[in-house]
Design a protein around this ligand. Sequence first.
Ligand SMILES: *Cc1c(COP(=O)(O)O)cnc(C)c1O
Length: 360
Amino acid sequence: MSRTAVATIHLSALRANLARVRSLAQGANVMAVIKADGYGHGLERVARTLADADAFGVAAIADGQRLRAAGHRQRIVVLSGPDEAADLAEMRRLKLDAVIHHDAQIAWLEADRDARPLRVWLKIDTGMHRLGFAPHDALAAHARLTALASVDRDIVLMTHFSSSDEFDNAVTAEQIARFEAVAARLPGARCLSNSAGVLGWPAARGDWVRTGGLLYGLSVVDGKCGEDFGFAPAMTLSTRLIAVNRITKGERVGYAGTWTAPADMPVGVVAIGYGDGYPRSAASGTPVLLGERLARIVGRVSMDLVTIDLRDVPDARVGDRAILWGRGLPIETVAAHAGTIAYDLTCGMTRRVLFVEDAG
Ligand SMILES: *Cc1c(COP(=O)(O)O)cnc(C)c1O
C-alpha cells in the first residue's frame, strides 16, 4: 500500500458512547447527530452502528437520501429544514423531519399543495442568533404551522445553545429560561441540549437530546477530553514513520526553516500531512504517539509529511506506527495545539485516508 494514513473507526466505542449518552439523558430520546459524514467517521457506517438511536440529525437532504437508501426507517431530522420550496417534495417523499426556523419556510409550506404529512421541529432563537424565531414570534409561527393540514400535529419545540460547554456560564441558564417561557404556552415535546448541554445542563434535558460530539468520544469543554467524561474515542488516526534522520545542531527543519535543531538529534518523518486532513496549523510541540512515548512535531506540517523530535524515542525505527490522535492520544490535545476543536479535525479527513473498521 503506497499511502499509510489510516483512520480506524472503533464501532464498539460508538455503541458504548450512545449507551452513555442514553444513561446521562435519563429517559430522553436521543437524536444521534451524524451530519458532515458522521463528523468524518462515515455516515452509513455510523448510522449502521448506532441504528437504535431514536432519530438521526443531518444538515443536508442528501444525507437523508443516503440513510433511507441504506434502509434506516427512524426519524431523520434535517437540522436547517428546507433551503428552498422545491425541497419540500423530496422531504415528504423521504419522510424527513424539517426544522422550521424562518418565515420564508412557512410561506413555502402555505403555498404547497402537497398533502403528504410533514413532521416539523420549530426552532426558537433564545440567544444563539443563528437560526430560529425570536421568542415573541414563536407563538405566531406555531399557529401558522398548526393551521396547515399537511403539517403533522406533533410539533417539537427546539432551541440551540451558544455556550453550553462553559458549565458556569449564565448565558445558558438565560437561554433555558427564555425557552421555557415560550414553551409553557405551547404543546409538544422539547429539545434543547447538544452534547455539552447533556454533560453540564441537566435542567435542559427535555424530551429529546441532540448529541453529536459525545457519540464520537469528542469533547468541546475547554481542557477536557471525551475520556474525562467517560466517552471513548471512535477514531484513531495513524500512519508510519518513513525516515529517521540525524540532524546537526543549528540546522533548520522543514519549509521556511521555522525550527532549528537545538542539539545533534534524531528527527523522524511521519507519512501524513494536511493533504490527509492533519491540520497545517499544528504547531511545533504538538504530540505524536510512538508506541508508549510521545514525540513532538518540529517545523511546519506539510502536505504529505510531518517531522518529529525523536530524542525521547531513541529506539524508533522506520516502519513504526505513529498515532496522530485517538486511543492513547486525546484528539482534544492535538486540537488545542492546532488552535481548533476536535470536531474540526475529524470532519477534515480527506479521501486519501484509508478508513478501516475495528469491531472491538
Ligand atoms: C451539530 C448540532 C448538534 C450537535 O452538537 P454536538 O455538540 O456535536 O452535540 C445539535 N444541534 C444542532 C442544531 C446542531 O447543528
